[in-house]
Design a protein around this ligand. Structure first.
Ligand SMILES: CC(C)(COP(=O)(O)OP(=O)(O)OC[C@H]1O[C@@H](n2cnc3c(N)ncnc32)[C@H](O)[C@@H]1OP(=O)(O)O)[C@@H](O)C(=O)NCCC(=O)NCCS
Length: 160
């Protein structure tokens, strides 16, 4: 684990650092409007590196909560600091939080090609419950659509 890691709820003033993170490290960036909408309407956490004098946001998790379900909408970690447990820490923060809110089911959808994210979710106990065929477009930056791939649906039941 990297030293000086902290996790906190995101605030409005995190908008631009999160947009930058989304642009540079999300292979399918959401863009400014969707990031702003997520900050306004969902529950958001950021993970920061550094000390009090200089911190930078290197990860973001956004999730919705509807009744007793919470859905992971996106988790992204800065490409330069991956495989150091940061995404796992953010996911654990989300899991801990929803337990206090009477949420009993967690949901998420992920591209079938996203092996890294799928390994992360499975390591936390998420189970594959279905697939939506041809749900996502496969595109390469600056190129036309290259086909489609399935969305894999995962759930985790939590005891409240
Ligand atoms: C998926 C993502 C969030 C993982 O972030 P990360 O900080 O590197 O993940 P962690 O270091 O916490 O990994 C925890 C575990 O997940 C699994 N994992 C993560 N990335 C992996 C990869 N590229 N290949 C295989 N397993 C991976 C491993 O089991 C890992 O444990 P280990 O390192 O001890 O083997 C990051 O790669 C990312 O931001 N990707 C782009 C955005 C994205 O695809 N988001 C998910 C869709 S919403």
């Amino acid at each position: 684990m990297i030293p000086s890691v902290s996790i906190r709820l995101a605030t409005e003033s995190d908008l631009w650092p999160i947009i930058q993170l989304d642009t540079l490290s999300n292979p399918h960036p959401w863009g400014e409007n969707l990031v702003a909408d997520a900050l306004n309407t969902r529950k958001n956490w950021v993970i920061e590196l550094g000390d009090v004098t200089q911190k930078s946001i290197v990860g973001w998790l956004t999730a919705s909560i509807v009744l007793d379900q919470s859905e992971l909408e996106l988790i992204v970690i800065d490409s330069s600091v991956r495989r150091q447990g940061l995404a796992r820490s953010l996911m654990m923060t989300w899991l801990k939080d929803i337990k206090q809110q009477n949420v009993c089911e967690l949901l998420l959808e992920v591209r079938e090609s996203n092996i890294g994210a799928i390994s992360l979710y499975e390591s936390l106990g998420f189970e594959l419950v279905g697939c939506r065929k041809n749900y996502y477009q496969i595109e390469k930056k600056g190129q036309a659509e290259q086909g489609h791939e399935a969305a894999c649906l995962f759930t985790l039941t939590v005891s409240v």
